[in-house]
Design a protein around this ligand. Sequence first.
Ligand code: NAD
Ligand code: MG
Length: 375
Amino acid sequence: MSSASPLHSGPRIVAVGGERPYDIAIAPGLLADGAALAAQVRGKHVLLVSDSTVAPLYAGAVREALHAARSELVIGTFVLPAGESSKTLANFSAAIDVLAGLGATRDACVFALGGGVVGDLAGFAAACWMRGVDCVQLPTTLLSMVDSSVGGKTAVDIAQGKNLVGAFHPPRAVFADTDTLRTLPARELRAGLAEVIKYGAIRDERFFRWLQAERTALLAGDAETLALAIAASCEHKAEIVERDPLEKGERALLNLGHTFGHAIETEQGYGSPDNDNLNHGEAVAVGMVLAARLSADLGMAPAADTERLETLLQAFGLPTAIPAGLAPDALLARMRLDKKNQAGRLRLVLWRGIGQAEVVADVDEQPVLAVLGGC
Ligand code: NAD
Ligand code: MG
């Protein structure tokens, strides 16, 4: 890996190493580059998975580009209704039916065109069809460009919880076409920026300061600045997942703010365009502040760093306080169910300050409750 600093990034290709290495390309216009997309297809069968918002915007162009480059390709399409509620076993099964209908062989390629919902479901279908075929991620949200399309986690949700059925299945390639961010709603852009800020908070204070300086350009959707932020974020994630692909250690750091955030999301009910509940990125923003405050309360980190984090998140239009009406003990009960916990004790990602996250086992509940109660 090269330096993770955005100040020195050259061409926007991030290489992800490990047993099955792949490249993340970040640039405008990638979805129109039929030759590059088609070069990823080893056989002739393609399944293009997208959702009902993204497909009308971009799926036609991708199909045309693939066909123009290789007219012999047989391309099936599967479009999910947009939203988290589509990440189901039923839709997974429907995607598999399309692969079967195509007569897709082991050299087939699944293209995931959309946000993390499409990427997770399409990736899981690719992981399972004939015990695993290629998957190319074409992320169209900032969150999926900096997070879900990288690292090989795929999953669907079941009634008992999110992402409970899935597989590790790294993509063959990732093409992040920054032109697609132009149609992304501002609130979704900010949700992705929360995860971008997370990388600075976990392991790169210099990046944190760069984000502070570039916030106006980033919020305005400036393509070049966004590409720098995406590349830096992907380099951070790549470095971590290369060393710990199956989340046995260091990869847990990527969950800074997530235990608190998930408790808020589940207690409030998941966010959707039809309600005002916090979306994932917003809940993570609040969660990071709570983790920072707890770290300060435990004497691990300076309180001034909590303030810097809050100020930065607020400058990006992100929330930093628990929404009204959520009871501290109910949130704590949700946190007790987190997958990171061991032997019935809370295990949290906390920090020593900006850029220095660490996993802390055996956290007492009393100070957590105090932070959840805002005192
Ligand atoms: P999403 O896929 O639901 O996309 C958000 C919304 O934006 C959707 O309504 C979508 O239709 C719309 N949209 C997408 N691209 C658009 C574009 N270019 N223009 C206009 N609208 C567009 O949500 P998300 O935030 O991208 O991803 C969240 C999902 O990712 C969750 O299911 C989460 O569990 C998963 N996730 C997975 C990982 C992983 O490692 N696999 C990591 C983080 C999150
Ligand atoms: Mg997240």
